[in-house]
Each structure stands twice: as structure tokens, then as C-alpha cells.
Design a protein around this ligand. Structure first.
Ligand SMILES: [Zn+2]
Ligand SMILES: [Zn+2]
Ligand SMILES: [Zn+2]
Length: 89
């Protein structure tokens, strides 16, 4: 099985880890989240698509920042929104 790794994922250097284990948009509005994802362009941490506000997806689409990493302990993967490319590291 070959895995398609897009140019965004190939271009990544060191993986940005979450600075704080909160969704920075949820904390502003008192929202709740399920899982956390960290943007690999700006380093911002936001909530996943299982969360009510889906801030990580909204951020990716509004900012054009393509790649997130899971910010959950024990999860080591990256996802590129425009290419729907997923890779574990
Ligand atoms: Zn990509
Ligand atoms: Zn959120
Ligand atoms: Zn970003």
C-alpha cells in the first residue's frame, strides 16, 4: 500500500506541538471541545470536527493554513485539509 503524502506534509520541518491544551477560540467564548489539533503554520491549537464549534477546520478554511497535527497525548499524526492527506509520524 502506498501512501500519498502531499507537498504540504513533505515541506514540514519540526512538528509544532500545542503550547496550551485548550482550544484558543473556545476559551474566548466559553465553548467546549472534544479533541485538540495544532495548526502547523501558526501553531494555534483549536478543536476537532467532533467538537461543537469545529474551530480547527474553520481556522484552516479561513486562514488557508493547510496542515494540522493532533494535539492529543499519544496521537502522532498530521492531516492536510486541501489534499485530505493523512500521515502518522
Ligand atoms: Zn497538502
Ligand atoms: Zn474550539
Ligand atoms: Zn494557523
Amino acid at each position: 500500500m502506498t501512501q500519498e503524502i502531499c507537498s504540504h506534509l513533505q515541506a514540514l520541518g519540526e512538528i509544532k506541538q500545542a503550547k496550551e491544551r485548550v482550544c484558543e477560540d473556545c476559551v474566548k467564548v466559553g465553548g467546549r471541545w472534544v479533541h485538540l489539533r495544532t495548526c502547523q503554520t501558526c501553531g494555534g491549537t483549536r478543536c476537532c470536527d467532533d467538537s461543537p464549534s469545529q474551530h480547527a477546520s474553520k481556522h484552516a478554511h479561513s486562514s488557508g493554513h493547510p496542515v494540522i497535527a493532533s494535539a492529543e497525548p499519544g496521537e502522532r499524526w498530521l492531516y492536510c485539509y486541501p489534499d485530505e492527506s493523512f500521515v502518522e509520524y
